[in-house]
Design a protein around this ligand. Structure first.
Ligand code: G4P
Length: 271
């Protein structure tokens, strides 16, 4: 972890603006508080990604919260590209004070450098692919850039490091672990799928009971009974005619993670 932190510190030294990508469903669980420390005084922009899977009202509340805290924030859907142009504009605005400072020193035509950081699976590579896109203009290599990394000019006077900075997720408490597991931010082999499905069902029963009921067309009772009902209505039966509740658990996780069941924000701001 210390090595990862050191690497991130080195990378951040190279850039003028940092874009932190968060998953709009879990803006709290997908951040790493250490980043604030590492970034220091550098301008930082938050890109709330996967808004296609998060509750619209909650996304707006999160954007307002970040902006009130003085952090530029924008919602993006990198799967379709929505919001990517606004993100570039925001980065250019954030870079203006840096450009002004250089101008005072007589430095002109120096490109602003930006990098994307975030925990795994938030969509960093998808965003980079979109930004680099068709008009891939490779800027000259610069000192400090590790082999395999390149600066790509993505807009006038704006160079992007084509490799994202990867932050480790923080597993400080069970709530964060739950949020990371059910959204797919962490791989399935690091958590107990059955248990995650049970926690998810409990969360849905508490917060979105009607939606759950309507989606599976089952009567929502208790955990066991509801998984059995889902297995029954979906025809998940094992040999011997026993209901396959394990499959129902897997399907619940998948339907949630892929937003088939609807748009949900786990890290909610009270309205
Ligand atoms: P990373 O670099 O931060 O690790 O994330 P990456 O871009 O690999 O994206 C992780 C997954 O999230 C990918 O899906 C990607 O397609 C998906 N994704 C990225 N942005 C969005 C978004 O705005 N909305 C939605 N719905 N999905 C998004 P995958 O299943 O891992 O791969 P694939 O489906 O692209 O094959």
């Amino acid at each position: 972890m210390t090595r990862a932190k050191r690497m991130m510190e080195e990378q951040i030294k190279l850039v003028d603006v940092v874009v932190e990508m968060l998953d709009a469903r879990i803006p709290l669980a997908s951040t790493n508080p250490l980043l604030t420390q590492i970034i220091g005084q550098k301008p930082r922009i938050i890109a709330l990604n996967k808004v296609d899977m998060a509750e619209d009202e909650q996304t707006e509340l999160w954007l307002t919260k970040f902006r009130k805290a003085g952090i530029g924030a924008v919602k993006v859907d990198c799967a379709t590209g929505h919001g990517v142009r606004q993100l570039v504009t925001l980065v250019q605005q954030a870079a203006q004070p840096v450009l002004d400072k250089w101008l005072k020193k007589g430095v002109r035509n120096r490109s602003v450098r930006v990098m994307i950081v975030g925990i795994p699976n938030v969509g960093k590579s998808t965003l980079i692919n979109r930004l680099v896109g068709k008009n891939k203009v490779v800027a000259q290599n610069r000192p400090g850039v590790t082999k395999g990394q390149q600066w790509v000019t993505i807009a006038k006077g704006l160079d992007l490091l084509d490799t994202p900075g990867v932050l480790w997720p923080k597993f400080e408490d069970a709530k964060i672990g739950f949020a990371l597991a059910v959204t797919g931010a962490v791989k399935e082999d690091v958590f107990d799928k059955g248990q995650a499905a049970e926690l998810l069902l409990q969360w849905l029963m508490d917060k979105h009971r009607e939606q759950l009921q309507n989606f599976y067309k089952v009567e929502v009772t208790d955990i066991q009974g509801t998984f059995a009902a889902i297995a029954k209505v979906r025809g998940f039966v094992k040999s011997g005619g026993v209901l396959d509740e394990e499959r129902a658990r897997e399907v619940l996780l998948r339907d949630f993670r892929t937003a088939k069941m609807g748009k949900f924000t786990i890290d909610e701001i009270d309205t």
